[in-house]
Write a protein that binds this ligand. Structure first.
Ligand SMILES: CC(C)(COP(=O)(O)OP(=O)(O)OC[C@H]1O[C@@H](n2cnc3c(N)ncnc32)[C@H](O)[C@@H]1OP(=O)(O)O)[C@@H](O)C(=O)NCCC(=O)NCCS
Length: 166
């Protein structure tokens, strides 16, 4: 049975939980995070996010287990319709619907409140779970960036994926 998942905006007091999520090895592997993250950096980022940044967290039994960040461009008139996404779920909670709940909440925000018509992201070409999740929510692959990032001693490729609102 899937657990009950609540979504809310992340607050500075969630910094320690964010650090725990993003230091889990599978999350470092799937994102651009580095090992040995700092709680203080998370607290600062959550307290003073750049304009147009929305950070959602997922809670199970009041424990923060996943985060999704949406970055928008309120000061760039020609990119005002765009949002960029990054996300991570603590590896102890993968496959329980947390990523889907975060994505659905973000799509509602983007479509119905922010009027974003293009959402974009990058995903490592070997990240099958994330690619499956994104396709499920209407993202398509637009191309490949080669040697996009350095990961555990090797350069790795990413797919550029996007979802255009219908
Ligand atoms: C990608 C990630 C966010 C997904 O979160 P999650 O909570 O596990 O996602 P869900 O449980 O909602 O859904 C996962 C989906 O992927 C599927 N899946 C899981 N492993 C899979 C695999 N190896 N291949 C294909 N599909 C897979 C599940 O069956 C599920 O699909 P369904 O809803 O159609 O049944 C999570 O795995 C994660 O945080 N990974 C590490 C960090 C990361 O990669 N972030 C994304 C950066 S682009």
């Amino acid at each position: 049975m899937k657990p009950e998942i609540k979504i809310r905006r992340a607050e500075p007091s969630d910094a320690e939980a964010m650090k725990k999520i993003f230091e889990s090895p599978k999350v470092i592997y799937g994102t651009l995070q580095l090992p040995f993250p700092s709680t203080e950096n998370w607290r600062k980022g959550l307290a003073q996010p750049p304009d147009g940044t929305y950070s959602l967290i997922a809670l199970i039994n009041d424990e923060a287990v996943g985060q999704l960040g949406l970055h928008t461009f309120p000061h760039n008139p020609r990119r005002r319709h765009v949002g960029q996404i990054g996300m991570g779920v603590h590896e102890d909670w993968h496959g329980k619907g947390v990523g889907s709940a975060l994505m659905q909440a973000m799509l509602d925000l983007a479509d119905k409140w922010l009027n974003l018509s293009r959402l974009e992201l990058e995903v490592y070409t070997d990240n099958e779970a994330a690619i499956h999740l994104y396709k499920k929510f209407g993202f398509v692959t637009e191309g490949t960036h080669h040697q996009f990032a350095y990961r555990d001693g090797v350069f790795v490729d990413v797919y550029a994926m996007a979802r255009l609102r219908k």
